[in-house]
Design a protein around this ligand. Structure first.
Ligand code: GLN
Length: 489
């Protein structure tokens, strides 16, 4: 079955005319036809005939002996917050305020996908403006978890994760501000990679928390993430926070026995982490030790500061970033009286509850008189943590632990309790806070047959090394080979 091959092999087969990209497109669209309606994955989709035409053009190029790109013919999905200029695709951020919005231009990462001949087939459902951990904040209903449709797929890139887990795309892009690529990947049994801050351009990614946002890859394996990342990673002068240099790939062989892993004691605290996740985490940590690696436990000493500081900073940045949705420039417009009335009515009817909550709290923490006490303080905490982590990661190669404290939870379980929802991110925001690359790889199933993820994080700029180690783990384990029932076996 074509869908089971690594991305690099799929492209190779297409380049050698061993696989017609139209066959791959048909496989993926068959999956979409069967399961999209039930699972609510895509916000907008390129019609099959158009994707088939585009695939046909690639196959023509191949038969003419022309050069094709590194992602030639791969049906890829992107999150609904990445700008794409395509008449069939919207960049709506799963929000009513941007419902039906068509971008006039491509995000740099989308441009890179197209330059490498990927077929961008659709934009995926998400928590509104990437705010959430369950997809329940989408204004268009949540995406369902393919392993158990009564459970959330994680968020905010839940649609992208489910697309990859069920073969409705061979790979997808998401965005990760505090865990939104890694947590849905872990909830859906796939691999989710958040690169170093600035490694993938943010130009054309609808901003949530600009100092934390990073585009990331959702794929079945670390090998696929590395392949996709390498194809689209570039310096971008349109993004002032883009890294100054292209990252160098890591060619050396990875010898797990030469590596030092830090497993923070707080990550094993049974008051925070569920028994299933704890068991999967210690299993993989012990497995690494059995491979000869050094695994040391250590107290970080700041875990309880992370969530409060993250939510102050991300809310503050969100309140400022979302100021642009005013009924004048983009999307929805409501109200017919004064300009003030138009602003109010548009924003009142266009934004959902969680987005409004964040805009209000973010505006509060930035207001005169409170700025130093909240936003200023949170940034001091962030700087302190960043320094500590960067020094810890000179002593250790990688930090390891769970991705989130529990397994995919039931719809409605946390929706009305924002604080418990925010605690979902207790292990994931650290990477965004410190600009470090981090990855979630499958680590087995819970007793209720729900996927569990395992997280690895390394120093900034060591993305390829992080991916190589994850590949080395996946080469010797088989957690990443499990597929949900929708998979076309
Ligand atoms: N769950 C986190 C939040 O709601 C992270 C979201 C994200 O990474 N985009 O802010």
């Amino acid at each position: 079955m074509a869908l089971d091959f690594p991305l690099s092999q799929l492209v190779q087969k297409i380049q050698n005319s061993d696989l017609n990209p139209t066959a791959l497109v048909n496989l993926v669209y068959d999956q979409i036809e069967k399961f999209d309606q039930e699972l609510n994955v895509y916000r907008s989709l390129v019609p099959r005939e158009i994707s088939l035409k585009r695939a046909e053009q690639i196959s023509q190029k191949v038969s003419n002996g022309e050069r094709v790109g590194k992602l030639a013919g791969l049906p890829v999905a992107i999150k609904n917050n990445l700008s794409i200029a395509d008449p069939s695709l919207t960049t709506g951020c799963s929000s009513k305020i941007l419902e039906g919005y068509h971008s006039p231009y491509d995000a740099t990462v989308v441009e890179a996908l197209k330059e490498e001949d990927a077929l961008v087939i659709g934009t995926t459902n998400m928590d509104e403006f990437a705010m959430g951990s369950s997809n329940e904040n989408s204004a268009f209903g949540p995406t369902l978890n393919p392993w158990n449709p009564s459970r959330v797929p994680g968020g905010s890139s839940g649609g992208s994760a489910v697309a990859v887990a069920t073969g409705m795309a061979v790979a997808a892009l998401g965005s990760d501000t505090g865990g939104s690529v890694r947590q849905p990947a872990s909830f859906c049994g796939i691999t989710g990679f958040k690169p170093t801050y600035g490694a993938l351009s943010r130009y054309g990614l609808v901003a949530y928390g600009s100092s934390l946002d990073q585009v990331g890859c959702l794929t079945r394996t670390a090998e696929d993430s590395a392949y996709l990342f390498e194809a689209i990673q570039a310096v971008d002068t349109k993004d002032s926070t883009s890294l100054a240099n292209k990252l160098e790939s890591y060619e050396e062989q990875i010898d797990l026995s030469s590596l030092k892993f830090c497993l923070p004691n707080e990550y094993l605290d049974s008051k925070i982490v569920s028994a299933d996740v704890l068991e999967a985490t210690t299993y993989l940590a012990d497995w690494l030790a059995q491979q000869g690696a050094t695994v040391e436990k250590k107290y970080l000493g700041f875990l309880e500061c992370l969530i409060p500081a993250y939510y102050v900073i991300s809310f503050a940045e969100a309140s400022s970033n979302l100021g642009r949705f005013d009924g004048i420039r983009y999307g929805l417009r409501r109200g017919s009286g004064s300009l003030d009335e138009l602003y109010k009515t548009t924003r009142e009817s266009g934004f959902g509850t969680e987005v409004k909550r964040r805009i209000m709290l973010g505006t509060f923490v930035l207001s005169a008189g409170y700025y130093d006490a909240y936003y200023g303080k949170a940034n001091q905490i962030r700087a302190f943590i960043e320094k500590k982590i960067h020094s810890l990661l000179t002593e250790f190669d990688f930090l390891i632990g769970p991705v989130s404290p529990g397994v995919p939870f039931k719809f409605g379980e946390k929706k009305d309790d924002p604080l418990s929802m925010y605690l979902e991110d207790v292990y994931s925001v650290l990477a965004n806070f410190t600009r470090c690359p981090a990855i979630s790889i499958p680590a087995g199933m819970s007793k209720e047959e729900l996927p569990i993820g395992f997280q690895l994080m390394s120093k900034p700029m060591e993305d390829y090394r992080l991916l190589k180690v994850s590949e080395a783990i996946q080469a010797k384990t088989d957690f990443h080979t499990r597929r949900p029932p929708q998979w076309p076996f």
